[in-house]
Write a protein that binds this ligand. Structure first.
Ligand SMILES: [Zn+2]
Length: 364
């Protein structure tokens, strides 16, 4: 080992490889190589990192895969030049917020095969992070702050215990690859269609029963979705309850419609009422007539062929959620939207799409 260290210390190189040397602690002589930029310590028995590591001010790449770390060592938060950090196959359970705060320049963070249960909101400090991999951990949720990682191009959350994802994920506009296989996801964030660069999506082995609204607008090239609980298309007749909109909904629809007209009084006055503006922002529009609604809609489904509609090689048809404003729209001819049967969807998840659901998520 001394030979390797001496070679780097007195030679031209800036990379030191101490892989598979049965090391329990980083040898002190290493800290004398101030020019060191790559340090490989994979396949050892390292359980802690000493504070002296921070003297390596040029260290850009640190490989600590297959060691015995139980947490992210605090000293890592002082390695401000660090761009790539590999910590796969340790026994890490905790990611300390302080460490995240110091890793401003990190581009790659690999924490695969650990026992991490949660990520701190401070993960937002990793402004430059492009690849984040947490394959095979025990995450039950990820913080909304993940949406602030706007440089992220690849996110791997395969094999965790996630039952949902934060809506803010749609803010990661650079995302091209998203791996979510083998979790417990029952739905994907509604805003996901805004990921205009997403090319690969793997959601195999979850509990999805359909894809979110406008899913087919994603520029996907690869979609893996086997092993879910997608609704099937088995149309049958259904009884429709009379549709009675609340006064709030009626007014909201009027205001939202008027607001589209630039010369209208509503459009000009709305900005003066921030509470109303915020309320209006929560509105959506009917996929058929394109008219706006606020909190009452018919939750429907249409079946998309990835091959035809998304120009992918995948052959199976996938269900995509669609929101319609009224039975009037649903009952018009010449469209391919179906109401869904909430009983079969929510209980067995294997259900057919049959009857209409009138969803009121907005209270009063
Ligand atoms: Zn409509």
């Amino acid at each position: 080992m001394e030979k390797s260290v001496a070679r780097v210390l007195y030679g031209q190189g800036t990379s030191l490889n101490l892989t598979s040397r049965k090391i329990k602690a980083v040898p002190e002589c290493v800290f004398r190589i101030k020019k060191l930029s790559v340090l490989q310590l994979n396949n050892n028995s390292i359980s802690a990192l000493p504070a002296e590591l921070r003297s390596l001010r040029r260290l850009a790449e640190l490989h600590l895969g297959n060691n015995a770390l139980k947490e992210l060592p605090a000293v890592l938060g002082h390695l401000e030049s660090l761009k790539k950090l590999y910590l796969f196959s340790n026994q890490i359970t905790v990611v300390a917020p302080e460490v995240m705060g110091g890793l401003h320049n990190l581009v790659v963070l690999n924490l695969n095969h650990n026992q991490i249960q949660r990520l701190p909101p401070e993960i937002r400090s990793l402004h430059g992070l492009q690849h984040l991999s947490l394959l095979d951990n025990q995450l039950e949720e990820v913080p909304a702050e993940l949406g602030q990682l706007t440089s992220l191009t690849e996110l791997n959350l395969t094999s965790n215990n996630l039952s949902g994802l934060p809506q803010q994920l749609y803010q990661c506009e650079e995302l091209t690859k998203l791996y979510l296989a083998r979790n417990k996801l029952t739905s994907l964030p509604e805003g996901i269609w805004a990921l205009r660069k997403l090319q690969v999506l793997d959601v195999a082995g979850n509990k999805l029963f359909m894809f979110p609204v406008r899913f087919h607008l994603l520029p996907l090239r690869e979609l893996h979705c086997e092993g879910n609980r997608f609704v099937r298309c088995e149309p049958m007749s259904a009884v429709q309850d009379a549709e009675v909109l609340s006064l709030k909904e009626l007014v909201a629809r009027f205001v939202l419609l008027e607001d589209r007209i630039r010369s209208s009084l509503v459009h000009r006055m709305l900005p003066h009422y921030p509470a109303l503006t915020a309320l209006a922002a929560a509105g959506s529009c009917c996929e058929l007539c394109l008219n706006p609604f606020l909190t009452t809609w018919l939750e429907c489904v249409h079946f998309i062929s990835p091959k035809k509609d998304m120009k992918m090689t995948s052959v199976r048809v996938v269900p995509v959620r669609a929101l319609l404003c009224s039975y009037k729209c649903l009952n018009t001819q010449g469209h391919s939207y179906y109401g869904e049967d909430p009983s079969t969807v929510s209980v067995s998840g294997e259900g057919s799409c049959k009857q209409e659901r009138d969803q009121n998520s907005g209270g009063d």
